[in-house]
Design a protein around this ligand. Structure first.
Ligand code: ZN
Length: 128
């Protein structure tokens, strides 16, 4: 199970946390402490974050030292709810650019990634 994506729901949601003391929502989920107020332990709750968002940056990778990865592939940064930004992979064939509305989707041919295996961003409306 991915520590940063909940694939048990459709569309997949991002795993984050919420501080019960100051209401800060953060990503990824962690229990070290709230970066705003320092609260720890039971004051930090796990929450799922909507993966729908807007592309804020995109780049294409043509060379990767890992021979398991098929190049080229596209990495994008997406702003999701609460103003959080996450970097992820664009699904094969998705020429996503800044300003595009996207959502995470389970994809069988996602480039190999330890934390995001099996999911990638697709144009909103293309998701199954
Ligand atoms: Zn806090």
């Amino acid at each position: 199970m991915s520590p940063i994506v909940n694939v048990e729901v459709q569309p997949p949601r991002l795993r984050g946390g919420r501080c019960q003391v100051c209401e800060l929502v953060f990503m990824p989920a962690q229990g070290y402490g709230c970066e705003r107020c320092g609260a720890t332990g039971g004051d930090l709750l796990a929450v799922d974050i909507d993966s729908r968002g807007t592309v804020t940056a995109a780049t294409v990778v043509y060379h990767d030292p890992d021979p398991q990865r098929t190049v080229p592939f596209r990495i994008i940064e997406v702003e999701v709810e609460h103003g959080l930004r996450v970097r992820g992979l664009a699904a094969a064939g998705e020429d996503l650019e800044r300003g595009d509305r996207v959502v995470l989707a389970r994809v069988p041919d996602a480039p190999v990634d330890d934390e995001l295996a099996g999911v990638a961003f697709v144009r909103a409306g293309d998701a199954p």
